[in-house]
Design a binder for this molecule. Sequence first.
Ligand SMILES: NC(=O)c1ccc[n+]([C@@H]2O[C@H](COP(=O)([O-])OP(=O)(O)OC[C@H]3O[C@@H](n4cnc5c(N)ncnc54)[C@H](O)[C@@H]3O)[C@@H](O)[C@H]2O)c1
Length: 257
Amino acid sequence: MGRVEGKVAIVTGGASGMGAATARLLAREGAAVLVCDLQADKGRQVADAIQAAGGRSRYVEHDVTSEDAWKTAMALTLQAFGGLHILVNNAGVGAPFGNVEDLSLDDWRKVMAVNMEGVFLGTKYGIETMRKTGKGGSIVNFSSTMGIVGSPSTAAYVASKGGVRLFTKSAALHCAKERYGIRVNSVHPGWIRTPMSSAALDKLAESGAGNKALELTPLGRVGEPDDVAYGVLYLASDESGFVTGTELVIDGGYTAQ
Ligand SMILES: NC(=O)c1ccc[n+]([C@@H]2O[C@H](COP(=O)([O-])OP(=O)(O)OC[C@H]3O[C@@H](n4cnc5c(N)ncnc54)[C@H](O)[C@@H]3O)[C@@H](O)[C@H]2O)c1
């Protein structure tokens, strides 16, 4: 208990899946958490549950693709909690799917807007607000195993997640060079059971390929949101004080093969 005691965190996409698990875990370990998402009902439920358990949390409706929404979220964090030490850029979309031949430019841009531009804006304004707070900080950006290895049918998704991987290193090196005391790292989940992956996993299971997807995961199971949230907690806490620009893969061994 208390691994992030006294810190203030923002978690984007905090209404669902790994974002919700991360928000709950950071709060349980002592952080005040601003839960950001487009899904107001689910986001409020996460913040309310944290408060009911004795933690500090607020929900704010927030679109990661909007620069104005980022400015508002940062102002709200400073006003409500007095600073910012942890930013988890978790919000993301899997669809529209498509290979390089059938994907339209419009669909490519939709994926990039959330998965890449959202992470860019969050990191930019996160650094600004952490510098104002003056206590350093930790930014954790959600990439994927699909930011490390390719996949034929998700051209935009893998490009966006590969972009997050290297953008994170660029931001980490910049913050280190400037001696801000701000660390920036990426996490790379494999198959994790969340609303985003459930439909795809069910479809794979129906077609018989689902078991194959599991067979390809050496640990032989789909991951749970908490498997990833614990990795984020480590990167968010001072325990990882010498860790920046790294990529934490949480995939049951999938990319070790
Ligand atoms: N589930 C997996 O197997 C898996 C694997 C690797 C990486 N990831 C990545 O992990 C992250 C979390 O995914 P998840 O599986 O928990 O998905 P999820 O669908 O359960 O949660 C994603 C959340 O992001 C929110 N969101 C989407 N667009 C947004 C926007 N423009 N502004 C604000 N919020 C927005 C959604 O409303 C949703 O609550 C994503 O970045 C995803 O790409 C997921």
